[in-house]
Structure formats: C-alpha cells, structure tokens
Design a protein around this ligand. Structure first.
Ligand code: SF4
Length: 173
C-alpha cells in the first residue's frame, strides 16, 4: 500500500518534467524489500531523465548506496560535506564519526548485527547556543576554544569540507 502511494507521488512529480527531485525520508517507513524497490525505481528515473536528486535521510546505510555526495547536518548547520565514498572511508568531523559508528554491521559468522563507538544520546542542549561549536556538549574532543568560537567550514582536500577546530582524518576499514 505504501509502495503504491510512493510510486504515485513520484509519478506525479515527474509529470512536471523537473530537473531536481527533493526526497525527504522517502524510504524510512518501509521494510527493506520495499525500500530496495523504491531505490531501484529512483535509480532508473535518475538515469532515464538525467535528474538531480536531493535525498534527505537519517538512514546512513541507504544514503551510502544512493548518494554521490553527502552533507551531514547537526542542529541545522552543515558540519561535513564530501563525496560519498570519501566521507564513509575518511570522516573528519566527530559527529560524522559518531553517526557512522552507530550503523549496525552484520557479522557474517553469527548473522547478528553489532555497533561500535559511542551511541548518540538525546540532544538536551538548549538551542541555539550563544557561542562556540554546536556539537561541543557531546563531542569527545571538545576544548576551551570550542566553547568560545564556532568553527568554520574548511576544505581538507578538494571537495571534502568540515567545520571543526581540531580536524583529523579517520580512515575506516
Ligand atoms: S570544534 Fe570542538 S567541539 Fe566542535 S566538533 Fe570540533 S572538537 Fe568537537
């Protein structure tokens, strides 16, 4: 039923011959097999019509498979932007690392999934913060500077940007 509903919405959107499709959590309420059907449909539409797509999602494993380029937001502001393959392999911002470490990984031997790294907790900070980095109350690397000054976006290598006073690159396996 939901699959039909999604298909009708996408079909209607295409009737206006758009150049850009904005998809806000298009597969999050769906089970995995229906997700795969929707994502295959979007891929076919992208190739057929040469569409650009802005794909908004909290599901990082889906984002990895769909997007060429990923922008991570924290409390309404971009904290890291990079080509997808680069961001998942070498995240630079502590928030991106926390998100990636929270993706369950399937153990091929046991068949069970597992997570590593610290689990993200509820955001309890008041918003907006008066000064400093928005992630400072939850950041494992925070320092005095982070309380006082908001970090600006810095280009680490061509096409890979992050906003942190203490940028390091984390090469994932
Ligand atoms: S600027 Fe400071 S608090 Fe913000 S992400 Fe970087 S290290 Fe953490």
């Amino acid at each position: 039923m939901i699959w039909e509903w999604q298909r009708v919405l996408i079909g209607r959107a295409l009737m206006t011959s758009p150049e850009l499709l904005i998809l806000d959590e298009p597969v999050s309420p769906l089970d995995v097999s229906v997700q795969a059907q929707i994502l295959n449909l979007l891929e076919r539409l992208r190739n057929r019509y040469g569409l650009s797509m802005l794909f908004i999602s909290h599901d990082l494993s889906v984002v990895k498979n769909v997007c060429d380029r990923v922008a991570v937001m924290y409390m309404g502001k971009f904290c890291e932007i990079a080509p997808s393959e680069r961001l998942y392999r070498s995240p630079a911002h502590p928030y991106t690392r926390a998100l990636l470490s929270a993706i369950p990984k399937l153990n091929p031997c046991s068949g069970h999934s597992s997570q590593k790294g610290f689990i993200l907790e509820e955001i309890v900070s008041s918003f907006p913060l008066e000064s400093g980095c928005r992630f400072r109350d939850r950041c494992p690397n925070g320092a005095d500077l982070c309380q006082k000054k908001e970090p600006e976006m810095t280009e680490i290598i061509k096409g890979h940007w992050a906003a942190c006073h203490f940028l390091t690159i984390d090469e994932q396996e």
